[in-house]
Design a protein around this ligand. Sequence first.
Ligand code: GRF
Length: 190
Amino acid sequence: MNNIAIFASGTGSNFEAIHKAIIDHKLQANLCVVICDQPQALVVQKANKRNIPVFSFQVKDYKNKKEYETNIVQILQQYHIDLIVLAGYMRLIGPTILKQYPRRIINIHPSLLPQFKGLDAVGQAMNAGVTTTGVTIHYVDEGMDTGEIIDQQSLDISLCDTREEIEFHIHEIEHKLYPKVIQKVLEELQ
Ligand code: GRF
């Protein structure tokens, strides 16, 4: 019970961190496949470079979201995926995938949920003037960043001057925390 799929839309730094944790034997998982909704995303090149199969799908090529997700489910079933790991996947997971993978989809979000759900959580934190933000890993349900929280880590941003600085520290936390939490979730699936 340790076949994982990563869903991503962008840079893929979390993909790299998870892949490295597996290579370093810190995470006992088979990273079977990357699903991406942006064919030009950097994560596609990163997966190719590491010989991880990557499938790019664009919603606009399908009649509707149900057909798009049905195609993804077919791929996940081919690889016998046990856990879906969202890492910067910029789309809500719909019922077609959710019903096939109950409590088997997790997401990482750059805030201390329930604060600052949705897009640009770092910008939201900066605008709100908070001195502490952080990272949350949670199960995925039909809502936007609303599923049960699995783990969180806070970050003091009172001394950070720029968005880049905050994002740098957020990523540092994410890259350590996500592999650890994936390991724990996989163990609980056994
Ligand atoms: C991360 O900050 C994650 O919290 C959010 O999207 C970002 C993805 O970054 N959901 P990357 O593509 O893994 O570098």
